[in-house]
Design a protein. Structure first.
Length: 207
């Protein structure tokens, strides 16, 4: 009887010891210390080169919403003219003049149409990124004699990125060309509920 009790006591102690050993085996081990310091690839890219050629003038952060709208209309006016000069607005050899009324009004209509038609008849075209406006001088909003809201935009147009090609494919760009001063009168047109260029003038004046 005493031997039986001894065996039971031995089994109980042995089982407790095994349980403790298993519990200890499930405990997380501390993370191993890294043996090597990680390295990262060094970029071999070189900095982008500084832009070359004329750079567009930045907008003035102090312009009013109307001044900014007038400047953007001047840009649209110039972009449309250049689209005509590139031959992008031609249909069956004839310029599509309707888009002009989206940027121009009153006296500027006839002048712009005459310029487009004359260039088309010459058989010339232009290539390149286009004219770059390198300066802005924007007047405060005023009212003309007829009561229309009006803003005058003076800019410096740099044509150095434009090439003129004649009807035979030869480059006939004037080598003596230079930046010129351009003045735009932009008015609010009630019928279109938008600004339109009503007068544009190019001066053969260095900027």
């Amino acid at each position: 009887m005493n031997e039986a009790k001894a065996v039971v006591r031995w089994l109980a102690v042995t089982g407790l010891t095994v349980a403790i050993g298993l519990t200890g085996a499930c405990s997380p081990k501390p993370a191993a210390e890294p043996t090597d310091t990680p390295t990262f690839p060094v970029s071999s890219e070189t900095p982008s080169p500084e832009p070359t050629g004329p750079q567009p003038a930045a907008y003035d952060q102090f312009w009013t919403a109307n001044q900014l709208a007038a400047v953007r209309m001047v840009e649209r006016h110039q972009e449309l003219i250049q689209a005509y000069y590139r031959g992008e607005m031609m249909y069956d050899g004839v310029p599509d003049l309707d888009p002009i009324y989206g940027v121009s009004a009153m006296t500027d209509w006839s002048e712009m149409i005459a310029r487009v038609n004359q260039f088309a008849i010459s058989g010339q075209s232009i290539t390149g990124p286009g004219v770059v406006f390198t300066m802005w001088n924007v007047s405060s909003e005023t009212t003309n004699a007829d009561g229309a809201q009006q803003i005058t935009v003076v800019t410096c147009a740099d044509p150095s990125l434009v090439r003129v090609i004649d009807a035979t494919g030869n480059d006939v760009t004037n080598p003596d060309r230079h930046q010129i001063l351009e003045t735009y009168t932009v008015q609010w047109v009630e019928e279109q509920s938008d600004w339109r260029v009503v007068l544009s003038r190019s001066e053969d004046t260095l900027c």
